[in-house]
Design a protein around this ligand. Sequence first.
Ligand code: NAP
Length: 454
Amino acid sequence: MGLSIAIVGSGPSGFYTAESVLEKWADCTVDIIEKLPTPYGLIRYGVAPDHAKTKTVAKSYEALALDPRVRFFGNVEVGKDVSVAELRQRYDAIVLATGCSTDKKLGIKGDDKKGVLGVASFVNWYNGHPAARWLDPDLNTESVVVIGVGNVAVDVARVLVKTPEEMAATDLMEHAAQVIHKSPIRHVTMAGRRGPLHAQFTNVELREMGHLKDAAAIVDPAQLPETIPDDAKAEFSERQLRLIQRNIDTLRGFTKLEPGARKKRVHFLFFSNPAEILGGERVTGVRFEKTRVEKGRATGTGEFFEIQCGLVIPAIGYYSLPVPGVPFKDGKAINTEGRIEPGLYAVGWIKRGPSGVIGTNKPDGDAAAEQIAADTQGMSSGKPGRAGLEALLQDRKVRVVSFADWKRIEAAETARATAPAPRRKFATVDEMLAALDAPGGTVSTPSRAAAQAD
Ligand code: NAP
């Protein structure tokens, strides 16, 4: 009898773990348990809608899901429908791959005002995560400040300023497109507390900002170093220095671009630490302190300035939501190189925090497989595994969405899309389940009032 392994979460780290354990043990069974009826986590709800190429990685995850040893248990929430302790009674190994779904807070005066919008909720909203369907952000402002200069900040800035034509071939949610494209937003300021040497965005993502139809990228050349200073050279690896040089070259290129007829502006602002969110009940601006960077650290100069805006989006990182029954600290599961305790492991962002690109999750899967091997010697303890979970969920009348069901939801989303959009995602779990109940039929979009009355 092979090992029975349960993976909680079906984003990249979950699927890379499935790949690693399937390669290691020909006779194992792998059950992927997912809270939503839809698989792929970050690929579906985190990757920007206009980054279709990045999303094609889901094809390789699909191939894994179709492996006869794998079963997808969608619409099953660990901590609600089944506990970690109950999984432990049934499986030889449990791997948590639940990612990071909540925002890191700025922790400055005024950060709870209306108009400060956590980036996780905002990205979920435009990507159709059911938890953010009714977020209803107020984008009725000409000026938005995005705090942070990482790839998520770049994604958000780009989605806010791209034209409807630029977004036509994407899966941007209709409810978001209607609000974004009607908004009077003209200025999006991305503010970094350190300088361009320490910006976290990658070069491909940065370069895109120079090719927007109706938005010009604006950088103050005085904030760009002529050359990378010697003391900074000691701080970075050769590879990092090459990336930094490319970013600086790209930013310098922006300073030479003519805005032409473009009506919108994306400002890259460095050496600016948010000190206070201004306004009454609602945000009216951000007060920044100018910084200087020494040995990689930003220190305040005592000089302050303000930017007027009606919306602030801190894109400063995420935390994992605690999984009931699992020790947590600082937004991560407490683990030693992925092992929480023998039989219980963590991979991806719940293990190491929100860093790296999609492929960075792959070694986590390999590490989990190695630890499972060390803890079990590859021998099953004879726990019931899948049959045990199925019996429990049946007993609790949980409506499990299988992978075949998901493929029907996906087909319905594709069928109702208007070309050139690749799909029109269902935005609530009820709509997804209704699509399964009414194959070939139409699924009405619920109103907020109806959904809240449910
Ligand atoms: P990130 O890359 O860590 O960037 C976070 C930004 O927020 C940094 O500029 C950071 O500045 C700033 N920040 C953090 N705390 C702050 C505070 N209290 N006040 C002011 N600024 C603060 O995180 P991310 O953008 O959320 O991205 C998460 C991961 O997903 C990254 O590895 C990213 O590359 C990846 N991702 C990749 C793509 C892609 O490949 N297209 C797209 C999206 C996300 P400091 O550096 O000074 O701390």
